[in-house]
Design a protein around this ligand. Structure first.
Ligand code: SAH
Length: 406
């Protein structure tokens, strides 16, 4: 078992008054700039104890010397021993929250959603009998064998695969080498992992794919698109593996076009459509794929669609990119609006946590207003239940639906 090396003393951390207030208020992050003092050098994955100004226990969290998020809070309040039972219960609580969210026709969903479920920097997704665990901080490396046991005890599976966020691949670890795509439990899948979403079948590339292999967070928007797609021709820009298109096809779309810069994504989109040919609506729907930069293609195209979906990758990854991203969202929405039939629907999304829902919606509305056509706002949508956002920085997903009315 990988153990955290024994240190002479527990790692103790002192914080600024403002940061103490944040932790008291339940915020899960302590930034390096808020740390006044530690009693010694800390290692990734150690438990760090935060004391208040009267030297009373305030919180305990995972220490990460490599990240600006220096401590990720696990527990705040009364002193507590984080033993196996405590961890096990924490995993079970997250998993129980999903127990009533899905019927048997949906077997792909998130079981643990990071901070918002009390597991900072860690997510766990289910794809049928396959579980994918993804970590975003090296602080979890020394815990992975225990995490595997805790998950094993409360989520049935045939295999559990480990995914590492790009920024932690190749980082120094403890005494074991953890690699992106390795199995923590069970055997590597011999064929693509299949799962169901509302009775439709999809493959997920759990070993190499983006996120953990599929954009599970867009499930409810896919369902909404299916409800609106009847009789329409749909352009699915930034399609990835075509999730929106398959749902639109079953919803009665006459044609769907997947547009993505990645040939790999478009091959998956073809396979996902083929996996659902048993549905008469899907087999009746024309399917086309286009490999191109969506901005360039939209700019050059003269084609018109009954629905345009714009779901780009996060255009602002850091605060400094915010205003550039807002311009890009606005430009994209304008290009999308230009491609709509008179009664067409624009579905525009953002997954940048750096861009707030209000500023994103404002950018899209502005673009629609400038397009010279009239639009009516149909809906806005946010996080689904299996991806709860427990604090402001965790809010990333927003979507707006506009209908062209003139
Ligand atoms: N809508 C998808 C998820 C989109 S992820 C779903 O629901 O599953 C973002 C996708 O945008 C990726 O597949 C990526 O390959 C693609 N992409 C990134 N930049 C692009 C660009 N400039 N033009 C077209 N596609 C792009």
């Amino acid at each position: 078992m990988t153990a955290i090396p024994t240190r002479p003393q527990r790692l103790r951390v002192r914080l600024t008054a403002a940061a103490l207030g944040m932790v008291r208020g339940g915020h899960p992050w302590v930034f390096a700039s808020s740390v006044l003092e530690t009693n010694r050098v800390g290692y990734a994955g150690e438990l760090a104890v935060i004391y208040d100004r009267q030297d009373r226990f305030l919180a305990v969290g995972l220490y990460d010397p490599t990240s600006p998020i220096r401590v990720r809070i696990l527990h705040a309040g009364k002193p507590l021993d984080l033993n196996d039972n405590w961890w096990q219960k924490r995993a079970q609580t997250a998993i129980n929250k999903r127990a009533d969210l899905f019927k048997a026709d949906t077997t792909g969903y998130r079981l643990i959603h990071g901070e918002s479920d009390g597991w900072p920097g860690l997510v766990l997704d289910r794809y049928g009998d396959t579980l994918a665990l993804k970590i975003y901080t090296p602080a979890w490396f020394p815990w992975l064998e225990r995490v595997t046991r805790w998950i094993g005890a409360c989520a049935k599976h045939d295999r559990l695969i480990l995914r590492l966020s790009r920024n932690i691949q190749g980082m120094d670890q403890t005494d074991k080498k953890w690699e992106d795509g390795m199995m923590l439990d069970g055997n590597l899948p011999s064929s693509p992992v299949l799962f169901l979403e509302q009775g439709l079948t999809f493959e997920a590339d759990v070993v190499r794919g983006q996120k953990t292999g599929f954009f599970l967070d867009q499930r409810e928007n896919r369902m909404e698109v299916a409800r609106l797609a009847d009789g329409r021709s749909v352009l699915n820009a930034f399609s990835f593996s075509g999730g929106f298109s398959v749902h639109a096809a079953r919803g009665g779309a006459v044609a769907v076009t997947d547009l993505d810069i990645s040939a790999h994504a478009l091959s998956a989109a073809r396979r996902n459509m083929a996996l659902n040919r048993a549905s008469p609506a899907v087999s009746a729907c024309r399917h086309e794929v286009i490999q191109a930069n969506a901005f360039d293609w939209l700019e050059a195209s003269r084609d018109k669609f009954g629905m345009v979906i714009l779901d780009p990758p996060a255009l602002a990854k850091r605060a400094s990119e915010r205003s550039g991203a807002l311009h890009a969202y606005e430009r994209l929405a304008g290009l999308g609006a230009d491609r709509l039939d008179p009664n067409g629907i624009l579905v525009a999304g953002s997954c940048s946590s750096q861009v707030s829902a209000n500023e994103f919606f404002r950018a899209v509305r502005k673009a629609a207003g400038r397009s010279g056509k009239r639009f009516q706002e149909m809906a806005t949508r946010f996080h689904p239940g299996d991806h709860p956002a427990g604090f402001k920085e965790a809010e990333y997903l927003k979507m707006i639906y506009l209908r062209r009315v003139g």
